[in-house]
Design a protein around this ligand. Structure first.
Ligand code: NIG
Ligand code: FE
Length: 414
């Protein structure tokens, strides 16, 4: 057993049956001057130092002045890709928009061309390095999407890389099929044929793969957006995924509001992600649903588009999660700490709301809340011990700098 003593603030304590929503997001449950016991890879118990009873610990970590909290839950990433896209970054500096770059064959299609040329092993090696970097920045659970393949073969290659990561890296990892990320060049004149390929070939074959114990795909995603996929196409693809028990998690309302949220809610999506453009009708559709809104402020920052109106979402009594959207086109940063700062500075969320959005609500957004995302007895001991800080408010305050002193992953000091 490991014992952490004298914890200045122990954050996100307690039991969570559902995402934290509305006004409750501003109530960060915590203990001050606390201890925590780890047994094997789990949180065994925690409490106030005043109540600490003799414990036969093999190792004691003194956390005087330090904050202990669950590792970040990054519920939306595109971790697998072949090449960075800094030329497009410069094109944007010179005045082109994301959509203009995409219409010239850049963007997602650019990444898809590069990925098809790269071997599974090389993709795996790069992805593994990035995953270790994410962990070193405090991420303790992650969702990873396909979507730079856009052929049966290349989408499968991406999913197999994710499956290998699941096997080799012991943090919760979820795989999302995002074959409907863009219409590939070869289907430009016949988009229905690509939809058919996803529905009739990819989903059935990927979901019945019996190569290993863990599923190749956990969720189904689509980029529902003007110039990408319509609401009708989203209905077709998500419905096909649901038949194979894939819960939808969708890219929607990034540039325009076209009714995708209402449809996603009707299909009982786990999350709707982006939401930079959000109408009152979209908010109404989310009220009374279990679909979680997810904001991706790194994307807004990097491609200079509006930020998700988090205050409107929270005022409507809804929960919100935040994630990196890590990808080579719109958000090449794996830092959840930076996203938490952005949530405070650009989305006007309080530090309490931002920390909840990046931990327990993130965990619910990728269906791992039974395992991680809070300081709860029995959950995985995936913990951040910060440097000495006056309070948790200093975590987003020090933007762009990691406040991590020690990481505990699966009960082991990293
Ligand atoms: O979440 N919006 C769609 N997909 C990604 C960007 C993909 C890319 O540009 O490579 C996103 O921002
Ligand atoms: Fe994304």
């Amino acid at each position: 057993m490991k014992l952490i003593t004298n914890i200045h603030q122990l954050l996100v304590t307690g039991e969570y049956q559902k995402p934290v929503a509305g006004d409750n997001m501003n109530e960060l449950h915590m203990l001050e001057n606390a201890y925590l016991v780890i047994k094997e890879d789990r949180i065994y118990e925690y409490g106030l130092m005043d109540d600490l009873h003799p414990i036969a610990a093999d190792e004691v970590i003194d956390a005087t002045g330090q904050i202990v909290m669950p590792m970040w839950c990054d519920s939306h990433t595109h971790l697998i890709y072949a090449a960075t896209r800094e030329d497009e970054f410069v094109d944007r500096i010179n005045g082109l928009s994301y959509q203009e770059i995409a219409s010239r064959g850049g963007g997602i299609l650019n990444s898809a061309r590069r990925l098809r040329e790269m071997s599974e092993d090389d993709l795996y090696k790069d992805a593994l390095k990035r995953l270790h970097k994410a962990i070193s920045l405090g991420t303790g659970a992650i969702e990873i999407k396909s979507g730079y393949g856009l052929t049966v073969e290349a989408e499968l290659k991406m999913l197999r890389v994710i499956q290998r990561l699941k096997k080799d890296v012991a943090i919760p990892i979820k795989a999302t099929l995002l074959a409907a990320h863009a219409i590939p060049e070869r289907f430009k004149e016949n988009r229905d044929a690509y939809i058919k390929e996803i529905v009739e070939e990819m989903i059935p074959s990927f979901c019945s793969s019996t190569e290993t114990d863990s599923p190749l795909v956990d969720f189904v995603d689509i980029f529902c957006e003007t110039g990408y996929f319509t609401v009708q196409e989203m209905d077709t693809i998500l419905t096909a995924g649901i038949k194979y028990r894939l819960k939808p998690k969708v890219h929607v309302n990034q540039f325009t509001s076209i009714g995708g949220i209402e449809k996603a809610v009707a299909l009982d999506a786990l999350s709707v992600d982006h939401l930079e453009e959000l109408t009152d009708q979209d908010i109404k559709a989310l009220q009374g649903s279990t679909t979680i809104p997810v904001a991706l402020p790194g994307c807004s920052f990097f491609i200079n588009i509006p930020y998700t109106p988090a205050r409107r979402i929270i005022s409507a009594g809804l929960p919100i999660a935040i994630a990196t959207d890590y990808n080579p086109g719109t958000s090449p940063s794996l830092s959840m700490n930076f996203v938490v700062s952005q949530a405070c500075i650009n989305l006007k969320m309080t530090p309490a709301e931002a920390i909840i959005a990046a931990t327990i609500n993130g965990a619910f957004s990728m269906d791992v809340a039974n395992e991680t995302g809070s300081i709860t007895k029995g959950k995985k001991a995936n913990l951040i011990i910060t440097k000495p800080l006056n309070s948790y408010k200093a975590i987003p305050y020090h933007f762009g700098e990691s406040q991590i002193e020690t990481l505990i992953v699966n009960g082991e000091v990293l």
